[in-house]
Design a protein around this ligand. Structure first.
Ligand code: DC
Length: 225
């Protein structure tokens, strides 16, 4: 059967990764969470106190970064490795969420990440989620989806997810982080978050995960045939 590239872009905490993962599983495609790559780079910058304003420091940091996705047999999902360390347990911490938009706005960082993402798509058969996947990474993708959801619902969903790991976290903290990231991701100069002209918009505020998957699977099957 013909294999295609499916892109899912949208604001933070719209459930893009969950949907992309489910979709990939149904289609027997590879799921790639491009945000995990930016998060792993942000973690490296935090740990090594890299000054984002110093372009020489940014370039040499990137020269020291190797990113890989490796399948985890226990969870059945892919984990992101930063220089051979599985950093999946750390990349969703608030500290990283607060740093990531600044790091992801850097031109050198985007060039570095986009080149690797494009290589992952060479054989097609992938579902990739992010902010600029349908606009910059795969402008010719056969199916592009732009996911949106009500901001209050997004904050609540992310709160439930993060509370299990960190019961001291507050809804307000999450809301302001989402607002900050949405603004930073939409207003940056390089590859800002935009709906591609040929993307289908999916507002999942009131959809169950099952209903959303059924709908998107239909779009995918139409695009494949
Ligand atoms: O999808 P996420 O929330 O895990 O992404 C983390 C951050 O990475 C997000 O705030 C913006 C950035 N990002 C990006 O700039 N481009 C992408 N393709 C994916 C993520």
């Amino acid at each position: 059967m013909k294999k295609i590239i499916i892109t899912l872009d949208g604001y933070s905490a719209c459930g893009k990764s969950t949907l992309a993962r489910q979709l990939a599983k149904e289609l027997n495609y590879v799921f790639i969470d491009s945000g995990a790559m930016y998060r792993a780079i942000a973690l490296y910058f935090l740990r090594n106190q890299i000054n984002s304003a110093n372009s020489q420091a940014v370039i040499s940091a990137l020269n020291n970064i190797t990113l890989q996705f490796k399948f985890n047999n226990t969870t059945g999902q892919s984990d992101i490795y930063l220089n051979d360390e599985n950093v999946e347990p750390f990349i969703r911490d608030m500290q990283v969420s607060e740093k990531v938009s600044e790091v992801a706005a850097l031109e050198q960082v985007r060039t570095f990440a986009v080149a690797q993402q494009q290589l992952m798509g060479i054989e097609k058969g992938i579902v990739m989620d992010g902010r600029d996947i349908g606009t910059t990474v795969f402008p010719n993708a056969a199916l592009k989806i732009f996911v949106t959801a009500d901001p209050a619902i997004r904050a609540q969903r992310r709160y439930q997810e993060l509370y299990e790991k960190n019961p001291t976290i507050t809804l307000k903290e999450i809301q302001s982080n989402l607002e900050m990231r949405d603004a930073a991701d939409s207003n940056r100069t390089v590859s800002p978050l935009r709906k591609a002209v040929d993307a289908i918009e999916l507002d999942n505020s009131l959809l169950t995960r099952e209903a959303q998957l059924t709908l998107v699977l239909q779009w995918a099957r139409n695009a494949i045939n």
